[in-house]
Design a protein around this ligand. Sequence first.
Ligand code: GAR
Length: 209
Amino acid sequence: MLKLVVCVSGGGTNLQAILDAVDRGDITNTEVAAVISNNPNAYALERAKNHDIAGICISPKQFEDRDSFNKAFLEKVNSYQPDLVVLAGFLVVIPELMIKEYRNRMINIHPSLIPSFCGTGYYGLKVHEAALARGVKVTGATVHFVDEGTDTGPIILQQPVMVKADDTPEILQRRVMEQAEWKILPQAIDLIANGKVKVIDGKSVIVDV
Ligand code: GAR
């Protein structure tokens, strides 16, 4: 049984997609042990509660300095002994120690086709604003393992999504979620839970679908 900790900061639609996929049996051999948010007002915490899953808030604002937060955050995650940490719209920089400890055991969903529109400063709506400003005709989403860089880890799954002429960032964001994120994040978890994902040389991923 793959034990997950899901880290969130906002609405939690990706968390919901995971919970629904577990309930439907689209994700097998998996349980969500806890949901951790840095934001006390994240609706994702409601979603956890509605599902009888522990929802915890741990915010950098509760600590004197970043090191103290990083230490407490890692301890909190470790307390659930997860097999996989899922960053589902988690907008906090992951401490380096945690990246080492969870190498190839921590995944992130990013709302573009990496390496486009990713890295520092590209998160949430900003990603879609940048895609529209550049005039790309295809965008999408990526699930990848987390390494020391920002959005640079081994790619597990990607799903393209068409951009339409009259898209606003909000409309495009919704389409990318519906057609890509809510599908490939649960799919990646199911593949990992069933031993079908292998990282080669810390760079590329072989997916046995
Ligand atoms: C999602 O679009 C996710 O891909 C993005 O934040 C949103 C969270 O929505 N993550 C990033 O931009 C990370 N760089 P949600 O809270 O409804 O799942």
